[in-house]
Design a protein around this ligand. Structure first.
Ligand code: ADP
Ligand code: MG
Length: 427
């Protein structure tokens, strides 16, 4: 008997739910697409293109809309013999400087055999190469910088749109399309960059539940077999998505998670229960990632609050968390932070939704103070900070959650300084 067998009960094409899938049609973005299309019209007319700036939160279709329109533009431009259109698409995630962006652009414009090294040139020489390479192409060149908010210095965002005006380009007509997930990015640009980069601005608003439903229905038709989704599945995914952030990516991920659960359990249909379960699993994943991304002191503060919570000491004031935190920091051989900094960590944990904060009134004196409590599953928190638990030791309040012997055995760090019994008793 085969160990692996194909299962095709649930999915027709699961890949259609993945990040890299490009839908043939976009639903519910007519207005934005129309504005965007109008902004690209000069390209077809053989005129100097507009610079376009697209902004909106993650998952609202900015990249999908750009790819969709540019693929149509390329196809339609090919019908005009006198149009020579090139499109360079660059995602700036991981590229933080104008230097990195411009070397990437030079290499995108050059054949395999003439690539340049991404270090070692003065920025001015890279720009010289870029202008030469752009002019060598002549025609119209659209440069898309996706997730442009990763770029820290704005030199390239000034140079590119103004290359022609500054006499750096003669033949090439260059248009820049900048896409940002971050609203404040635009406001933080210097006025001269803003005026050239943001010639045409298009805002993509968050999706509401109706939008998300339409998007999910379209995608489900490709991804799932007919009639495997119970009727409540898509409305529920859409409702959660609208409540969270209006992010289509997140809703599609949830639909996939629900589908995977149904498939793994070998059931015939995807149900509401799979969606709810899937949502919890995704949520846990996000929280876990959030905790893992905290600093060591963030973990020590959280560990202190966690143990106090298990001892029923919460809600608790920052000053009452402090002795436990200080103690844990010392056990971990770290200098405790000053009270103010420790409080900053509590605020950060609250912002991430891991702990909760309540404002209280001081009574007649009129002041207010804050109380903190744990807002998250103990096991989930522990699973995201086992390094800290190792460093400090297992607190006695955790005895039901952690089997001390197993914890030591499970650890991949075998020579740690950790002696179970002694540490837990004197905390
Ligand atoms: P952004 O670039 O704004 O972060 P994306 O364009 O990557 O968002 O969209 C996130 C996901 O949602 C992608 O899988 C995309 O195909 C899908 N999507 C977004 N908007 C639509 C839409 N209007 N119609 C169909 N699919 C969409
Ligand atoms: Mg994007």
């Amino acid at each position: 008997m085969a160990l692996f067998e194909r299962d095709h009960h649930i999915y027709r094409d699961r890949d259609a739910l993945r990040e890299d899938y490009q839908p043939d049609e976009l639903v519910g973005r007519d207005e934005e697409l129309q504005t965007f299309q109008a902004a690209l019209q000069p390209v077809i007319n053989g005129e100097q293109p507009n610079n376009v700036f697209i902004y909106g939160k993650t998952g609202v279709g900015k990249t999908a809309a750009t790819r969709y329109l540019l693929s149509h533009l390329r196809e339609d431009a090919s019908r005009y013999d006198d149009l020579n259109l090139s499109v360079v698409f660059l995602n700036c995630d991981g590229l933080t400087s104008s230097y990195q962006i411009s070397t990437q652009l030079v290499n995108a414009l050059r054949p395999e055999t003439e690539q340049i090294s991404t270090t070692g040139y003065p920025l001015a020489s890279v720009y010289e190469m870029l202008w030469d390479d752009l002019d060598a192409r002549s025609g119209t060149i659209l440069i898309v910088l996706d997730e442009i908010d990763h770029v820290q210095d704005d030199s390239i965002l000034y140079q590119l749109p103004r290359a022609r005006a500054n006499g750096n380009l003669d033949r090439a007509k260059v248009g820049l399309i900048g896409i940002s997930n971050d609203f404040s990015f635009r406001d933080d640009l210097s006025p001269k960059v803003k005026s050239s980069l943001c010639e045409q601005e298009i805002h993509f608003p968050a999706y509401n539940a109706t939008n998300l439903r339409a998007i999910l229905e379209q995608r489900a038709q490709v991804a799932f077999h007919e009639d495997v989704l119970s009727s409540e599945v898509i409305p529920l995914c859409a409702a959660y998505g609208a409540r969270d952030a209006g992010d289509a990516r997140q809703s599609i991920d949830l639909l996939m998670k629900a589908g995977d659960l149904a498939r793994d359990r070998g059931t015939e249909f995807v149900t509401e229960e799979h969606v709810k379960h899937g949502r919890r699993a995704l949520e846990r994943g996000r929280i876990k990632e959030g905790i893992m991304g905290l600093t060591e002191h963030g973990h020590l503060v959280l560990y202190a609050l966690l143990t106090l919570d298990l001892e029923d000491e919460t809600p608790i004031r920052s000053r009452d968390v402090r002795p436990r935190y200080t103690r844990f920091a010392e056990m971990a051989n770290r200098d405790p932070l000053v009270p103010r900094r420790m409080r900053d960590h509590l605020s950060e944990l609250a912002m991430l939704g891991i702990i909760s904060v309540t404002e209280r009134n001081e009574g007649r004196r009129g002041g207010t103070y804050r109380e903190y409590a744990l807002d998250m599953d103990v096991n989930l928190i522990l699973s995201a900070m086992d390094d800290t638990v190792e460093l400090v030791g297992v607190h006695e309040s955790l005895s039901e959650y952690i089997d001390v012997d197993e914890f030591v055995a499970d650890s991949d760090d075998s020579d740690m300084e950790f002696s179970p019994g002694s540490l837990s008793t004197d905390l």
